[in-house]
Design a protein around this ligand. Structure first.
Ligand code: NI
Ligand code: MN
Length: 233
């Protein structure tokens, strides 16, 4: 079974591992570029990088309706529990847990994390997934950081990253230039851009970015339109 990644807009991804669908950072109904509504999303697990509204806005509604377990940091799990979400897996940086189709490790990210109501949202995170035989890094909201070299290292079986999903929107995260340095550190086979073009302040020329990735022979860059899917080779 192939592993398929679908970008539904902004930083929201559906990852079909062949053994279940992981939903990363649910943001649909208030997302200007979202290609589906929260009520139509089906998933088996929800993974959250941090508490900002553009990453958790529809988490409560989708978790309640689908009964999917939400994997997130301890503070976000507490907040979700207070809002009626029954199934959470609280964890923290460095923790690795089973998810449908494999495992997920919570990785560092350099950002902030608070809920729209002001509640502290714990440390921001990224996800290092080993699902369906593929190693996929979801950076979340972050700047460039040198530990990306460690995250990109091959595992004990000699497998590097198959895919890296990186923000390129700038302003709140790294921008296109720093993402090139991130790709050099991570050395993924494929890179997919995220967290851009949702609103004017984070508009980017993704085609020019992809050209720069290819000019530097860094990875295969695939620019998806919202709603488009990518099958991991
Ligand atoms: Ni954020
Ligand atoms: Mn964000």
């Amino acid at each position: 079974m192939p592993v398929t990644l679908t970008w539904t807009g902004h930083a929201t991804w559906l990852i079909d591992t062949g053994h279940g669908v992981l939903l990363v950072d649910p943001f649909f109904d208030e997302c200007p570029t979202a290609t589906m509504q929260a009520k139509d999303v089906e998933c088996d697990a929800i993974l959250i990088t941090h508490a900002h509204f553009d990453h958790v806005a529809d988490a409560v509604a989708i978790a309640k309706r689908t009964r999917a377990t939400v994997f997130c940091n301890f503070e976000i799990a507490q907040w979700l529990g207070k809002h009626g979400v029954a199934k959470t897996q609280p964890m923290n940086l460095g923790g690795r847990v089973p998810v449908p189709g494999g495992t997920a490790r919570m990785e560092i990210a350099h950002h902030s994390s608070s809920f729209a109501d002001g509640t502290y949202g714990g440390n921001p995170a990224g996800w290092l997934l080993d699902v369906g035989g593929k190693r996929i890094y979801v950076a979340g909201d972050t700047c460039l950081f040198s530990d990306m070299e460690r995250i990109g290292r091959a595992d004990h079986a000699g497998r590097g990253l198959d895919v890296a999903i990186l923000p390129i929107g700038d302003l709140f995260t790294m921008g296109p230039d720093d993402s090139l340095a991130a790709i050099e550190l991570l050395r993924p086979k494929v890179v997919l851009p995220s967290h851009y073009d949702t609103w004017p302040p984070i508009e980017q020329d993704a085609a020019a970015w992809a050209q720069a990735v290819h000019a530097g022979k860094l990875a295969a860059a695939h620019v998806l339109a919202p709603g488009e899917s990518f099958e991991v080779p």
